[in-house]
Design a protein around this ligand. Structure first.
Ligand SMILES: Cc1cc2nc3c(=O)[nH]c(=O)nc-3n(C[C@H](O)[C@H](O)[C@H](O)COP(=O)(O)O)c2cc1C
Length: 163
């Protein structure tokens, strides 16, 4: 089984999340390829796909949209796809941030929900949960617990498709 983590990142925060997830998947024994969309990725193939983007103006980046639009639907249509984004700036207080992340999850103004919608329109199946990770300033840095949460989320996503 092979995992792909395809991500965009302007200031490096989403990149750090993607790298932490890749590390976790590899630790769990999954061969994992990291694909930085800035490097002009074509449609990669594998068995499980994670797609990540910063939220900018309530949306995913153009590079992320182009990537989802160019995904090989025949290859990916019956395979698990997960989406994640980074959002902010959220509170430096952990409890407050947790409830802000839950609120974001219920709304639509974030990259990950839009990514899920776009992929679904293309006939792809995006698995729950749609994942959000926090930055505490407009350009970062990531919240102190973001990488730990990203690793946990990657591990449980993998477990949900390996059963
Ligand atoms: C121009 C700009 C617009 C942004 N718009 C949003 C937004 O609409 N919603 C949000 O939650 N975060 C927004 N952010 C915060 C980004 O999501 C945050 O900086 C993100 O972690 C950046 O990821 P990156 O470092 O991988 O580029 C914005 C940041 C910038 C610089």
């Amino acid at each position: 089984m092979k995992g792909i983590i395809a991500f965009d990142s302007v200031n490096g925060n989403t990149k750090q999340v993607a790298e932490a997830m890749a590390e976790e998947l590899r630790t769990a024994g999954l061969e994992t390829e990291l694909v930085f969309l800035k490097d002009g990725a074509s449609s990669p193939t594998g068995d499980v796909l994670f797609i990540g983007s910063p939220t900018r103006g309530g949306k995913m980046t153009k590079g992320t949209a182009r990537f989802i639009e160019s995904l090989d639907v025949e290859h990916w249509k019956n395979k698990p796809i997960f989406v994640f984004d980074t959002v902010g700036p959220l509170s430096k207080d952990e409890a407050k941030r947790k409830s802000q992340l839950e609120m974001i999850g219920r709304g639509g103004k974030n990259a990950a929900v839009k990514m899920s919608d776009l992929a679904t329109q293309r006939g792809l199946r995006v698995r729950s949960p749609v994942m959000h990770f926090a930055v505490v300033g407009m350009w970062g840095p990531l919240a102190p617990d973001a990488l730990t949460l990203a690793k946990e989320a990657a591990r449980s996503a993998l477990a949900s498709v390996s059963r």
